[in-house]
Write a protein that binds this ligand. Structure first.
Ligand code: DAT
Length: 180
């Protein structure tokens, strides 16, 4: 895609990423309800449309087919106006996103959320380690320009509300800047 096509986007694309359980789905839905952005849950699409190379029993997760994922989302993302929810971010092309948000949660809170979800001990430990070592944040910083990567705390419902209103404000400003 050429630069001129990117400039034609009249609505922004936002990626909401982070370790499972940090609140991506809840926040994305909240924002989608109060803006005209469309909500895309990549994890659900991977399952429903078979955008994977099978299920990894050891890690209890699908092995992503990167090319299929990108092909599936290309049209919608090229047009703009999407809020994309996924627990990883390196698979997506840099040009797709105007803002990349990485949700962060304290370990003890995250532990309880994952336990409530019925995750195995192994899967809980794996995800807590991912959060401790800031795996997704580092991935985001390596995959996108630093000025569009923003870390947001997601420990309380108050955080959720303030994150949602920050994003709404950002979308409003982006559109005013872009479209006058
Ligand atoms: P994710 O999509 O990142 O896996 P989720 O939105 O499904 O996370 O949230 C997981 C659970 O944690 C869900 O029961 C809601 C709760 N939760 C998420 N963010 C929260 C927050 N900031 N404060 C309190 N609870 C939160």
């Amino acid at each position: 895609m050429s630069d001129s096509e990117i400039e034609e986007r009249i609505n922004p694309n936002i990626l909401i990423t982070g370790t499972p359980g940090t609140g991506k789905t809840t926040l994305s839905r909240l924002v989608a309800e109060s803006t005209d952005l469309a909500y895309i849950n990549v994890g659900d699409l991977v399952k429903e449309r078979g955008l994977h190379q099978g299920f990894d029993q050891e890690f209890q997760s699908y092995i992503l087919d990167d090319d299929k994922v990108v092909d599936e989302l290309e049209d919608a993302l090229s047009k703009g106006g999407n809020i994309v929810d996924f627990h990883s971010c390196e698979v997506f092309p840099e040009r797709w996103f105007d803002l990349v948000l990485v949700l962060r949660t304290d370990n003890t809170l995250l532990y309880d959320r994952l336990e409530n979800r019925g995750y195995s001990q192994k899967k809980i430990t794996e995800n807590i380690d991912c959060e401790i070592f800031q795996v997704i944040l580092e991935e985001a910083k390596e995959s996108y320009p630093l000025e569009i990567v923003v870390e947001l705390p997601s420990n309380s419902w108050q955080d959720m509300e303030s994150n949602a209103s920050r994003i709404r404000e950002w979308v409003k400003n982006w559109k005013e800047r872009k479209n006058g």
